[in-house]
Design a protein. Sequence first.
Length: 239
Amino acid sequence: MVIRLDKLISSQRSDISRSMVKDFCRKNRVTVNGVACKKSDTKVNTESDIVCLDGEQIAYKEHIYIMLNKPQGVVCSTRDGDSPTVLSLVPEHLQRPGLFPAGRLDKDTEGFVLITDDGELAHKMLSPKNHVPKKYFARLQKPWQESYAELFEQGITIDGGEKCLPAEFEGDMNNKNECTLILHEGKFHQVKRMFEALDNKVVFLKRISIGNLSLDKNLALGECMEILHKDVENILAIC
């Protein structure tokens, strides 16, 4: 892809504007293939040209995909006046314009949130017609019952008379208060409302996978890691 130099740099760094790139070029801080570039509107090839700012290469990526292990107390939003947002947890080297969380988790729910600037992929992932499965680990107030698996498979009717799509329940045989649940939709507070319909309560909830992509077990709460597009494609692989 051939694009302007200032667009390439500003698209990869949220802290740099096109006007700043123009100033950097005047000060010989930008090189293309090892040669100082004076003009910020110079056309560069994203596949073959090597662009550096202050000696550090600015590699072009059309989109970025970030796996976050969201802690409790953080909201899935780009802006919130009262609580920290998931974007505030993205380290500076992964920041770029247009980042947003592709989907939501409740404020008190932990686990996998995908952050990206790829609107097309997010649309496919969140589209109701795709029914991307999401797997949760839940800890319950009361022990789960043997009947839960069949009831979830039939589709739980939650408060207000709304029936959920069939879900997959698996109880932990070593701990009757813990289980996993796979949903194929994303209603408001759905997991909590489903268990409430069974006269139980979720006391802890963590999303552990989206589609075929699982939360990295080595990713600590509040930490992020960049993932490759081919790995992100696993999200939609089983739709």
